[in-house]
Design a protein around this ligand. Structure first.
Ligand code: NAD
Ligand code: TYD
Length: 349
């Protein structure tokens, strides 16, 4: 029985990864380590948390002694590290939170794993989940490849880039068995509504303005979160130690085109006159240092490990809308309290 520590499992992607591993590998023992920040929500795991192979540990990856202690206690075979501060806008207003969690937190996990594993790395793995944003911003052409030079532009992406560098440095210096993957923008159920798609769905539902930064011309490459979880599974089990894989759906959209596609689905689902939702589109001041375009080349993952995304964007977007409409209470609980304060400060209500 493998003991796997998954960090950040109460968040958006982490909860899908935990669900995927619990359902696919009943022989593994999964430990979810999460401090439950504003973005962590145990409700995301309601359907699997009674499973006997699931364990929750509440704790902070920046707490050095606590992290060492849990490694000593449980002697994990592998780590899948997702815990992070993940929102670019928050990194602009509070960069230090990103530096502590994403850089110091990752270093703590690496140190704790190293001190337990160092004498025998056989069968051990530190899998670090990262983002395509470490590569910076593309112009109109080109793609991010695994060997594209790092050029992070926001405090978020710079903190993730630092954590990637630390992971590689521990592999090179201490022979730590590591794998890194860098994924494009994820969408799907359980995403905190500070990110574009769930924020827009919630605003459209409530007939509130949809804030589009600048002219809406920035491009993102979107991947359904369930496909990210399946890619992590394939990489975790098949990638060679020390390798990096880019994960993406070859699915670029300008923000404005994406929002129009979403508005069309929302009009249909809510039985509204065509154009009702799009009338809420409101152009607002651009994000500082807003990256123009991300686009991932995931051919290494597709060709070497045989992974492919499972669905088309339009299908994934419709499934996502259905999830948020069916989980109104989840959304209502999430947008109350702390988040309301953030929203009012960010969008001036
Ligand atoms: P999220 O913000 O939804 O969840 C982050 C989780 O980490 C939360 O449950 C939070 O409570 C936990 N956490 C934060 N600080 C912690 C700390 N100090 N100690 C313990 N737990 C802590 O993030 P997400 O969108 O699910 O992203 C997960 C990972 O995937 C991140 O590493 C992110 O950089 C990466 N990633 C995200 C995307 C995306 O589109 N969302 C794309 C590529 C990569
Ligand atoms: P986001 O979901 O924050 O992800 P990221 O910044 O990591 O790509 O934003 C996706 C795109 O949508 C990005 O170009 C910024 C833009 N955006 C808006 O136009 N309005 C918003 O209210 C938000 C949150 C994002």
């Amino acid at each position: 029985m493998k003991k796997i520590l998954i960090t950040g499992g109460a968040g958006f992607i982490g909860s899908h990864v935990i669900r995927h591993f619990i359902n696919s590998y009943p022989e593994y023992k999964i430990y979810n380590l999460d401090v439950l920040t504003y973005a962590g929500n145990l409700e995301n795991l309601n359907d699997i948390d009674k499973n006997k192979n699931y364990n929750f540990i509440k704790g902070d990856i920046t707490d050095t002694s606590f992290i060492s202690e849990i490694f000593r206690e449980h002697n994990f075979d592998a780590v899948i590290h997702l815990a992070a501060e993940s929102h670019v806008d928050r990194s602009i207003s509070s960069p230090m939170d990103f530096i502590y969690t994403n850089i110091v937190g990752t270093a703590n996990l690496l140190n704790a794993a190293r001190s337990i594993w160092e004498n025998n790395y056989e069968g051990k793995l530190f899998y670090h989940v990262s983002t395509d944003e470490v590569y910076g911003s593309l112009g109109d052409t080109g793609f991010f490849l695994e060997d594209t030079s790092y050029d992070p532009k926001s405090p978020y992406s710079a903190s993730k880039a630092s954590s990637d560098h630390l992971v590689r440095a521990y592999h090179n210096t201490y022979k730590m068995p590591v794998i890194i993957s860098n994924c494009s923008n994820n969408y799907g159920g359980n995403q905190f509504p500070e990110k574009l798609i769930p924020l827009a769905i919630n605003n459209i539902k409530n007939m509130k303005p949809i804030p589009i930064y600048g002219k809406g011309e920035n491009i993102r490459d979107w991947l359904y979160v369930v496909d990210h979880a399946s890619a992590i599974d394939v990489i975790f089990h098949n990638a060679a130690i020390g390798e990096t894989y880019n994960i993406g759906g070859n699915n670029e959209w300008t923000n404005i085109d994406l929002i129009h596609a979403l508005c069309k689905i929302m009009d249909q689902k809510l039985d509204r006159k065509p154009g009702t939702s799009a009338s809420l589109i409101t152009f607002v001041t651009d994000r500082a240092g807003h990256d123009l375009r991300y686009a991932i080349d995931s051919s290494k993952l597709q060709n070497k490990l045989g992974w492919t995304p499972s669905l088309e964007f339009e299908t994934g977007l419709e499934k996502t809308v259905d999830w948020y409409l069916a989980n109104e209470e989840w959304m209502n609980r999430v947008v109350s309290g702390e988040y309301k304060k953030y929203y009012d400060e960010m969008y001036g209500e």
